[in-house]
Write a protein that binds this ligand. Sequence first.
Ligand code: COA
Length: 254
Amino acid sequence: MSDILLHHENGVTTLTFNRLDKKNSITSDMYAFLADALVAAEADPKVRVVMFQGHETIFSAGNDIADFLHRPTSSEDMPVYRFLKAIATFTKPLLASVCGPAVGIGTTMLFHCDLVYAGDNAAFSMPFVNLGLCPEAGSSLLVPQMMGYHRAAEALLLGEPFFAEAAQEVGLVNRILPPTEVNEYARRQAKKLAAKPLASLIETKRLMKGGQQKAVIERILLEGESFGRMLNEPAAKEAFGAFMEKRLPDFSKI
Ligand code: COA
């Protein structure tokens, strides 16, 4: 698919967001492609590591907002949930290389990655409340856990962005590099991982993450119920309408 490029080399599968004209926002078709790619990578013994990357100027503007308008409701079969389940249960190492804005799921997917490298221009944000929505991807559990409750409240209630240094300070980002160097650095790290014994990588990840996997999946589904309902409520309708009409939303009567 042209909006996501898939490349296999030396045990590393790289998935590159490639929809620059729409700031790498993610459509339903793209979620389906990502979910299928992760399921295939999980099953293929030749794949040892998966890496996500975007462009030097933008990782992803999050869910495609026009797509939100057409999402009737929420169900576990939807591509976005297939993707979330695949990323949350993926047993092999996942890396991400992030430059520029990483909005919504562009940030929340990183909480499921094992190693995250960021450009010094990276800007993380989870503006769900500003869109009349609520957290997704298990972020209502994983963000407070990693960042502490009050920093999580700043990110999730105020929806304020935070930048590469703050992300490194809380442990979301492993290393900050110039944007022109991040993808290459992450690729070298991925290659290092791919040279290690796969069974040891899988077992180590399972031991580090396994204890909470059930809780994460339960939270993703719980959030999904609220998210699906809220997509059809007046605040989200106003926020999406405002985005499409390139104006500020007005929540004063909602
Ligand atoms: N869904 C659909 N289209 C999007 C999009 C999204 N999430 N984000 C950006 N686009 C589109 C814009 O509508 C615009 O399209 P157009 O050229 O046809 O008008 C194009 O991408 C460029 O976006 P623009 O806002 O002009 O770029 P920018 O560099 O000024 O800002 C962002 C980049 C990412 C900061 C900004 O686009 C943004 O905030 N996007 C919305 C993010 C969001 O709320 N995502 C949902 C999270 S749940």
